[in-house]
Design a protein around this ligand. Structure first.
Ligand code: 1CP
Length: 344
């Protein structure tokens, strides 16, 4: 089906566009009253993720309400560890919890891997197909996964963490087991993302949310080679790599077979450009907390952010996911400021 608004995809491919496209990480979620109403009527987060027509409904809500230039499929990066054999619970107000974690090589040997694991996630592929139908070509649909290091971090740590010191300890004390696990996550993720593309995803974004806590040497050893394998295996659609806070790794990410690089709010676009070179497209990078400020400040900060990227090879977004208690009117100011921008 032909897209009516393909601005996001043209920009992702590096083409010159009339203005930067705009969407927000975590745009499908608690910032929207429609989401809170639907979520409140369900048993929990997982019911929403695992029921395709409901996942499709919340995926489309921000397109209707905010007028963003892309939709992102409502799901979670943690469906991959679950498909490999480690189920997770989403504890209200606390976040994810894995009753079983990975401690040793024998735990890794028991995991389900590759196409077999990916076949467990039919509900995600069904959600993509329904969303594509219901979007009816209005905007492109983003599919995503976690990067292997970030997924390993949850599988070893068992929950969220400020330091992920248990997961980092695993890299330092059991490097061979870590590589074995990272390769299994990579093989599963490739099969999963290829299925997502077949089910209608127009672009794939890889989230390495915990890249920034690794040392540069650890990133080069345990993160970069696996992200690179995934990026190279996705051949039919553009790929975005978002390695949060990994400014030290930009030159390395710049060499990967990806089109777009996510930039967090700690990283200046000109600094990123020097490291990456001129070919890649950047996506970001307003501080999500900026959206708590008065509307006039949000507008000015958004204009400054747009100018700082120079008006080309840029997809406007925040530097990380929008916080659930952000005033919706300010989210709209952000989106509308980008859409009304007349350029540098
Ligand atoms: O009940 C709820 O509504 C729970 C909140 C929530 C939501 C809305 C979670 C739990 N996941 C999601 C959806 C989600 N997760 C999306 C939806 C699409 C969109 O962007 O609109 C996406 C892309 C994710 C990806 C995700 N999940 C990441 C990577 C991106 C990032 O934010 O860094 C990570 C790290 C997760 C794990 C996760 N899931 C949920 C929480 C609270 C967490 C983080 C836990 C932690 O702090 O470690």
């Amino acid at each position: 089906m032909k897209l009516q608004n393909d601005l996001f995809l043209r920009a992702a491919r590096g083409e010159k566009t009339e203005r930067p496209p705009v969407w927000l990480m975590r745009q499908a979620g608690r910032i929207l009253p429609q989401y809170r109403a639907l979520r409140g009527s369900l048993s929990g987060f997982k019911e929403l993720v695992e029921t395709p027509h409901l996942a499709a409904e919340v995926t489309i809500q921000p397109v209707d309400e905010l007028g963003v230039d892309a939709a992102i499929i409502f799901s979670d990066i943690l469906v991959i560890p679950e498909a490999m054999g480690l189920t997770y619970e989403m504890v209200e107000k606390k976040g994810p919890l894995f009753p079983q974690t990975i401690e040793s090589q024998s735990d890794i040997e028991k995991l389900i891997v590759g196409a077999e694991a990916a076949s467990e996630l039919q509900y995600v592929y069904d959600a993509l197909k329904i969303t594509k139908q219901e979007l009816n070509g209005r905007v492109p649909l983003i599919g995503f996964s976690g990067a292997p290091w970030t997924i390993l971090a949850y599988m070893v740590e068992g929950s969220g963490s400020k330091t992920f010191s248990k997961a980092k300890k695993f890299l330092y004390t059991q490097p061979e087991a870590a590589h074995m696990l990272l390769q299994k996550i990579t093989d599963t993720t490739i099969a999963y993302l290829q299925n997502k593309v077949k089910s209608g995803a127009d672009l794939i974004q890889i989230f390495d949310s915990w890249a920034g806590i690794l040392s540069p040497a650890q990133f080069s050893t345990f993160a970069a080679p696996y992200i690179a394998q995934i990026a190279a295996a996705i051949t039919d659609v553009p790929v975005t790599v978002f390695a949060k806070n990994a400014w030290f790794a930009y030159a390395e990410i710049g060499k990967m077979d990806c089109n777009v690089i996510g930039v967090d709010w700690n990283t200046h676009p000109t600094f990123a450009r020097e490291l990456v070179g001129k070919d890649k497209v950047f996506q970001g990078n307003l501080d999500p907390c900026q959206l708590y400020a008065p509307a006039a400040d949000v507008r000015n900060a958004t204009l400054n952010m747009l100018k700082s990227f120079g008006g080309e090879k840029h997809i406007a977004n925040l530097g990380h996911g929008v916080y659930p208690d952000t005033p919706l009117d300010n989210v709209k100011v952000f989106v509308d400021t980008v859409k009304g921008w007349e350029g540098v």
